[in-house]
Design a binder for this molecule. Structure first.
Ligand SMILES: [Zn+2]
Length: 115
């Protein structure tokens, strides 16, 4: 049986993440549960803003929306790095496999690594 390598792009706007044909066949349209959740929450916030007649609540909802968009952008950056890593370490291109590099000092400090 021929292996299927086709990958689908995440439905969340701006997300570079991909997901497998198997996930697509199962009805998924996002690269991760987080992307699915972000999209659902953004829709929910837009609906709440549209239905709101309370200016105080609108300020909070707008701030919540802005914060979630920032979080979404950061998560997209993370997914881009994971995609880069996935392609580089793909089993299809064993010659391109990279070896893990030692953590740079600030990262090692943050992770509590001694030495
Ligand atoms: Zn995604």
């Amino acid at each position: 049986m021929r292996r299927r390598h086709k990958r689908h792009t995440c439905s969340r706007e701006g997300c570079p993440g991909t997901y497998s044909q198997q996930m697509h066949d199962g009805g998924l349209r996002y690269c991760s549960m987080i992307c699915s959740r972000i999209d659902a929450d953004l829709d929910e916030l837009i609906d709440a803003l549209r239905d709101s007649s309370d200016p105080g609540a609108e300020v909070t909802l707008t701030e919540a929306w802005t914060t979630l968009v920032q979080a979404a952008d950061l998560f997209s950056d993370y997914r881009r790095l994971r995609e880069e890593n996935r392609r580089t370490n793909s089993r299809r291109y064993p010659g391109r496999r990279t070896t893990p590099q030692p953590l740079t000092r600030p990262l090692a400090d943050a992770a509590g690594v001694q030495g």
